[in-house]
Ligand binder design. Structure first.
Ligand SMILES: NC(=O)c1ccc[n+]([C@@H]2O[C@H](COP(=O)([O-])OP(=O)(O)OC[C@H]3O[C@@H](n4cnc5c(N)ncnc54)[C@H](O)[C@@H]3O)[C@@H](O)[C@H]2O)c1
Length: 333
């Protein structure tokens, strides 16, 4: 198959592109190397993960619709997997336009062109953030208690509402994927596990927001990419115009304090933790109901938090990576 992955220089996109290529697909990646965090980390992912696998890459901003239309016109994709976005919940209110431009405007450009051109399969990244502080645990796709508490979560929910209205009556099938706290090698330097590993290796202080009891359903990168691939295959069995939403999580939440302990034990470190107020955009607890994903693909997440942190620490400790960790963490804004 010929597959376009947007956000291909990003954390999930670079790993997913490599897996789809390994599975025998022709893969093309798009990214604008946004400055939300170090563009040199994104370039290094292209150099280390995309180039060796012969994945073509185009630097393109999806906000520019006519440029994207020209690009699509020159290609004949079977599927578009749209991961490009402004991620993270902490960007302040006075910069909310970054969420609107990249998560609403760019998303609508992609969705409109995919349906107009009749590209058969469209998968897009949503987030556990759509559940806000839902009381219905574990979070199920069928829940009606969906009240995002962050602008980021609200933009992802807007994507889920827009997708079915565009694909209905079109030749496209769509599937929204609600990711739950993805972690692993080549990860995102704004995330707690990445900052912690940097603190452990480079002996810097780690700022913990809140008392560390918040829980996250950590999902290891290879588990999520295999699930995306499986859900992409399953989507093709549906009629044109179909759309749904599926959780992709580990189904096994751990607290931030568990994470600190795990990183310390893998590195033999004793990270100096500073405590700051909890960010109001952070939710208290995330836990995916994974029964739908399991019934669609039969896939069960395989990598425990302890094993996943071990792999990530090994990656981060290699000499060319460890030298850059602190700069990458400081680049997040
Ligand atoms: N990593 C997680 O824990 C997590 C959790 C829930 C949802 N998600 C979602 O999964 C997707 C991938 O996340 P990630 O962790 O790999 O983030 P990432 O920031 O590493 O990757 C996103 C990529 O999109 C690119 N991008 C942003 N705006 C763009 C635009 N206008 N045009 C072209 N490219 C653009 C960025 O440069 C970046 O490389 C995102 O949609 C994110 O919201 C991630």
């Amino acid at each position: 198959m010929k597959i376009l992955v947007t956000g291909a220089a990003g954390f999930v996109g670079s790993h997913l592109s490599s897996l789809l290529r390994e599975e025998g697909n022709t893969v093309h990646g798009i990214d604008n190397l946004s400055s939300y965090y170090a563009p040199d980390l994104k370039s290094l992912r292209i150099e280390r993960l995309l180039n060796p696998a012969n994945i073509q890459f185009t630097n393109l901003n999806l906000v520019e619709k006519s440029t994207f239309r020209n690009f699509l016109d020159k290609n004949n994709f079977d599927s578009v997997i749209h991961l490009a976005a402004q991620p993270g919940v902490r960007t302040p209110l006075n910069r909310s336009s970054e969420y609107i431009e990249n998560n609403i405007q760019a998303f609508t450009n992609v969705l409109q062109l995919v349906t107009e051109l009749g590209i058969p399969n469209f998968l897009y990244a949503s987030s556990s953030s759509v559940y806000g502080n839902s009381k219905e645990i574990p979070y199920s796709e069928s829940s009606e208690d969906i009240h995002p508490v962050s602008i980021y979560g609200a933009t992802k929910r807007a994507n889920e509402i827009l997708a079915p209205t565009y694909v209905r009556g079109s030749s496209t099938r769509a599937r929204g994927l609600r990711f739950f706290t993805v972690y692993g090698p080549w990860g995102r330097p704004d995330m707690a596990y990445f900052r912690l590993i940097n603190s452990g290796i480079n002996k810097t202080e780690f700022t913990r927001f809140g008392d560390g009891h918040v829980k996250r359903d950590f999902t290891y990168i290879s588990d999520i990419t295999h699930q995306i691939s499986g859900l992409h295959k399953e989507l093709q069995s549906h009629e044109k115009g179909f759309s749904d939403i599926v959780n992709i999580g580990g189904g096994n939440p751990h607290s931030l304090n568990d994470l600190i302990e795990s990183v310390n034990s893998k590195l033999g470190s004793d990270i100096h933790v500073l405590t700051s107020d909890m960010n109001p955009n952070d939710t208290l607890y995330t836990c995916a109901d994974v029964s739908l994903q399991n019934s669609l693909t039969g896939f069960v997440p395989k990598v425990s938090l302890s094993q996943g942190i071990k792999e990530t620490v090994e990656w981060a400790s290699s000499s060319d990576i460890s030298l850059n960790l602190d700069h990458w963490v400081k680049s997040t804004n």
